[in-house]
Design a binder for this molecule. Structure first.
Ligand code: UD1
Length: 429
């Protein structure tokens, strides 16, 4: 099985180019099936989650053409299969095909999503939204089925701020009759990007990026050419990698505004953060200082950046407290980090972190996507060799992660045999 082998101790220094936002891409790919015309999407990240979504879309009868590594053309005029079971069992965002197909074809079936196991991840708000628009939703034999004779606009108040429900309801409402209002909507950058994409296909959506999104139904959508925004979380991961390794990284092709909550924490931790139009440089010259973090919906500190900052705070002076308020099971990686010498106590949704001087290399296993990336960062700071196993999780959402880290001076390789691991150790003895 493939794993990363890492020799820690090098500060990461240099420039890194950030790719397109995975979470925007997954929604945009699904929505590309809502027109019979061709949709061209650029800045598409080449990751296992987006590739699984592309395969799922192709399995419906849509024509999917990879123009190059980061561009894809989709033509959904031949879609004939409205129930998707294959390819997407492991990606949570498979539920976006429900909103897209319900919106366009008034019928959709998708196998119940699983995705990263970071807590109970209900979809009651999605179902509430679809039902309010006039759909009938049933869950049988592990499949969610949604259908309607017609969809009619409605006033929907979300009980929790949910990215997935906001996007799914937007899709279903786009071609409904009349007006839909989504209150308590999610405001994440990819929600805005997604609304911009749908509008470029002829939808009429206003207010994305605020608490209230207003959608006027249109009869049809048309083809478009669209470039996905840069990935906020990939960018943030490299920013934290600079901090944890006492490095100096310029993270390029980003929207600095989307990174403000992360930049603010890094400054509190004693890093220098320099912003320019489309880049952020993080410089860490001395030991990090402790701080407190609470994950919140955007513009708060993102839950998808919680493990990375916990890893960095594990090396900071003093006691830090990290509170996870979005997902209840997102500290599973702490046991792995403890094996590297971290001193962290988890009580419910709070981690109490007593900073240690250094981590020491160990064999650890990625429990989910972002925690996996965080463990790689920890290993890059650690004394000696580490192995990070189960990297399939990391590959769901980071393109060329090991290569990008090597380009910054990290000593990391992907290996799939004991022999290659030994070779790596001899090479870097
Ligand atoms: C999306 C992101 C994920 C990120 C999360 C929060 C994608 C593909 N994934 O996940 O990386 O961590 O946003 O920023 O974009 N909830 C309900 N009922 C629902 C839906 C959600 O109670 O019907 C709860 C969830 O359990 C969670 C909170 O709402 O506590 C936020 O979840 P949500 O924003 O929906 O996350 P996802 O869209 O699954």
């Amino acid at each position: 099985m493939e794993k990363y082998v890492i020799k820690g101790g090098n500060p990461l220094v240099g420039e890194v180019e950030i790719g397109g936002a995975k979470n925007a891409a997954l929604a945009i790919l699904a929505a590309a099936t809502m027109t019979d015309e061709t949709v061209y999407i650029d800045n598409m990240p080449d990751e296992s989650d987006t590739n699984a979504m592309l395969q799922a879309i192709a399995s419906t009868g849509a024509h999917v053409e990879r123009v190059d590594r980061h561009a894809v053309k989709i033509n959904a005029s031949a879609v004939h299969n409205y129930t998707i079971e294959d390819y997407i069992k492991k990606i949570r965002a498979s539920y976006y095909l429900l909103g897209a197909f319900l919106g366009k074809y008034k019928q959709a079936g998708v196998v119940l999503p699983s995705g990263c196991n970071i807590g109970l991840r209900p979809i009651d708000q999605h179902i509430k939204g679809f039902t309010a628009l006039g759909a009938t939703v049933n869950i049988e034999h592990g499949i969610i089925d949604a259908h309607a004779d017609k969809l009619v606009g409605s006033h929907i108040y979300l009980d929790v701020v949910s990215v997935g429900a906001t996007i799914n309801i937007m899709m279903a409402a786009t071609m409904a009759e009349g007006k839909t209002i989504i209150e308590n909507a999610a405001k994440e950058p990819h929600v805005v990007d997604f609304a911009n994409f749908l509008n470029s296909m002829g939808a009429n959506i206003k207010g994305a990026g605020t608490d209230v999104i207003r959608i006027k139904g249109v009869e049809r959508l048309h083809g478009t050419e669209y470039t996905i925004i840069p990935d906020q979380i990939e960018a943030g991961t490299f920013m934290l990698a600079a901090a944890a390794t006492k490095g100096d990284i310029t993270v390029k092709n980003v929207i600095p505004k989307h990174l403000e909550s992360i930049s603010a924490k890094l400054i509190e931790m004693g890093c220098q953060v320099h912003e320019s139009d489309d880049a952020v440089r993080v410089v860490a010259t001395r030991r990090l200082q402790n701080t407190h973090v609470k994950t919140l919906p955007y513009p708060g500190y993102p839950t998808d950046m919680q493990p990375q900052i916990t890893v960095a705070l594990g090396l900071a002076s003093g006691i830090s407290i990290v509170t996870e308020s979005i997902f209840e099971n997102r500290f599973k990686y702490v046991d792995e980090l403890t094996r590297m010498g971290a001193c962290i106590k988890v009580e419910g949704s709070t981690a109490i972190i007593e900073g240690v001087d250094k981590y020491t290399g160990a064999v650890v296993s990625a429990p989910d996507l972002r925690a996996g990336a965080a463990l790689v960062i920890a290993a890059l700071t650690a004394e000696g060799y580490s192995s990070v196993e189960d990297i399939k999780y990391i590959e769901r959402g980071y393109e060329d992660f090991d290569q990008k880290l090597r380009d910054l001076g990290g000593i990391i390789e992907k290996v799939d045999s004991e022999r290659d691991e030994q070779k790596f150790k001899m090479k870097h003895a």
